[in-house]
Design a protein around this ligand. Structure first.
Ligand SMILES: [Zn+2]
Length: 206
């Protein structure tokens, strides 16, 4: 479990196949915990002052010069401004390539999109938007890029209690979704809960 749980911490439990909004001030810390292990978290954010500025996995790949996300990396907006610093990571295996799951994806692969919960809907609902597509940062998602550049999605390597901690670099509205895919190895064949803990260090208070 993350250290630093203080009276200034706020803990939010996010049930399987659902999403949540968390607002952050610069300097606040958000710890995202895989409660049971093997669960992907679709992580997305918009600027609290301009919802047209959003988290960009592509710009994050560009600026970090890496398809992988490591502790010490920064997550960037589509305007090449720092949104978050990744300051703690007990897993080291995340995905920057895949879009949010959506009904059409379920139809494409499994023929069951009608009425299926999805990260696109859960994130749009959390933020109160109707974005037509979102490519989030897929925390704990285990995508293998083979030498011939084909890819496969494998079971996450995260175990119960594994977590990442991100520090906000600007005022943010953050949406988290416990990914709804139960049809593949993406979430180990099931969807389970996640927990988010928002912490305010003394330097970010006020
Ligand atoms: Zn999903």
């Amino acid at each position: 479990m993350p250290s630093g749980l203080t009276p200034d911490s706020r803990r939010v439990s996010i049930p399987p196949c659902s999403g949540e909004l968390i607002e952050m001030r610069p300097g606040q810390l958000l710890t995202i915990i895989d409660d049971e292990g093997g669960q992907v978290v679709d992580f997305f954010a918009e600027s609290a002052t301009d919802p047209h500025e959003v988290l960009s996995s592509g710009v994050t790949i560009d600026c970090n010069e890496s398809l992988r996300l490591h502790r010490g990396h920064t997550l960037y907006s589509d305007r090449y401004r720092p949104m978050f610093d990744l300051i703690e990571d007990t897993v080291g295996e995340h995905d920057l390539l895949h879009p949010c799951c959506r009904p059409e994806m379920y139809d494409h692969f499994y023929g069951n999109g009608a009425g299926h919960p999805s990260c696109l809907e859960n994130i749009n609902t959390a933020l109160g938007r109707a974005r037509s597509a979102i490519t989030p940062v897929n925390l704990f998602m285990h995508t293998v890029v083979r030498p011939d550049l084909t890819i496969s999605v494998e079971e996450p390597v995260s175990r119960a209690g594994d977590h990442v901690t991100l520090r906000a670099r600007m005022p943010l509205r953050v949406a988290l979704a416990a990914c709804s895919v139960t049809e593949s190895r993406c979430n180990s064949g099931r969807s389970t809960s996640i927990t988010a803990v928002l912490t305010t260090p003394p330097e970010a208070a006020g």
